[in-house]
Design a protein around this ligand. Structure first.
Ligand SMILES: [Zn+2]
Length: 322
């Protein structure tokens, strides 16, 4: 059996899967992404996870035919590295990925993508996403990958559709993003920023949320809203407005037929994330038809499966290229 490899370097988890030409997964492994201290530690963890997945599949890494990698950006695509990712520890620097993998696997057939681009490739391959789709990840951060007219958009350095850092809020009191910029989509809707946004919005009203708790995260805010906390519900409503504006920007830029939404924040709160986008989008769009907004990534494996699909299809995700 010809075996293919998919790898996902995420801000919190490294995943690897081994699969056959049809995309059936026959081995997998995962590990928490190390918090540094250096880029070498992260590269080593990626290689260990790949060895683990190969071991689980009972194959030698050198027998892998081709590999796909989806990684947290920004990327230096030609160098095969991820550069100072926003949601990894500061000053981790350049994380080598492609060259070490080629050495481990003894193959030059590696395809390297921004993580959300890998998600788009997977959506195309596994879910019949077609020639015009956007994969949107609402996770620790916000990102997107696009397939337009059957082409996977990569762009200069591989950073096309880096929508998390598009400016949605140009007001004077806009929030500061993890990247240092101002008013970015991710500053409001990235999971790492939800609690901070709640603190910004709080104006003395009653709430069950402990806003002074440094460990308060997105899950706490969404859970409180689900439990009927009116203040938390207001925060979630505001997040819904930003997400709708962001998705409208995506639709105007890429004209997708499908917007597939993944990432932990969406996965854990599908109705509270997708509902406001679906409700608000038609009034925000100036296109003839509103695309389908659907949830993907039910198990958190959209990026790694997309990386596998990239390996199988030579980077396109088109089932015909298998
Ligand atoms: Zn930003």
């Amino acid at each position: 059996m010809a075996t293919y490899l998919g790898v996902d370097l995420g801000a919190t988890t490294i995943r690897a899967v081994v699969g056959d030409r049809a995309g059936r997964v026959v081995g997998a492994d995962r590990t928490p992404t190390p918090a540094g201290p250096t880029s070498v530690a992260i590269t080593e963890a990626v290689l260990d996870t790949v060895r683990g997945a190969c071991g689980d599949a009972g194959v030698d890494p050198e027998s892998v035919v081709a590999a796909g990698v989806g990684a947290v950006g920004p990327l230096d695509h030609d160098a095969g590295v991820s550069v100072d990712p926003t949601n990894l520890p500061a000053d981790v620097g350049r994380i080598p990925l492609v060259d070490p993998l080629r050495t481990l696997l003894s193959t030059d057939r590696t395809h390297f993508h921004n993580d959300a681009t890998a998600g788009a490739i997977g959506e195309r391959f596994f879910r019949d996403g077609g020639d015009d789709l956007v994969y949107l990840t609402l996770s620790t951060g916000v990102g997107a990958g696009a397939v337009v007219d059957g082409h996977v958009l990569s762009g200069w350095d591989g950073n096309a559709a880096e929508l998390g850092h598009v400016t949605l809020d140009a007001s004077d009191d806009a929030r500061i993003c993890n990247c240092g910029g101002t008013g970015h989509w991710e500053a409001y809707c990235g999971g790492a920023n939800v609690a901070g946004y709640a603190r910004d919005l709080h104006d003395g009203e009653a709430t069950a949320l402990d806003l002074d708790d440094p460990d308060l995260g997105a899950a706490g805010v969404f859970d409180a809203a689900a439990d009927g906390d009116e203040f938390a519900a207001r925060v979630i409503d505001r997040i819904g407005r930003w997400n709708a504006l962001g998705v409208a920007t995506v639709v105007h830029a890429y004209a997708p037929r499908v917007v597939a939404v993944g990432g932990g924040v969406a996965r854990n709160n599908p109705d509270r994330i997708l509902g406001p986008i679906r409700d608000r989008l038609p009034s925000l769009l100036r296109v003839a038809r509103t695309p389908e907004i659907r949830l993907t990534d039910r198990d958190g494996d959209a990026v790694v499966r997309g990386a596998l699909a990239s390996a199988i299809t030579g980077g396109t995700g088109a089932p015909a290229d298998r």
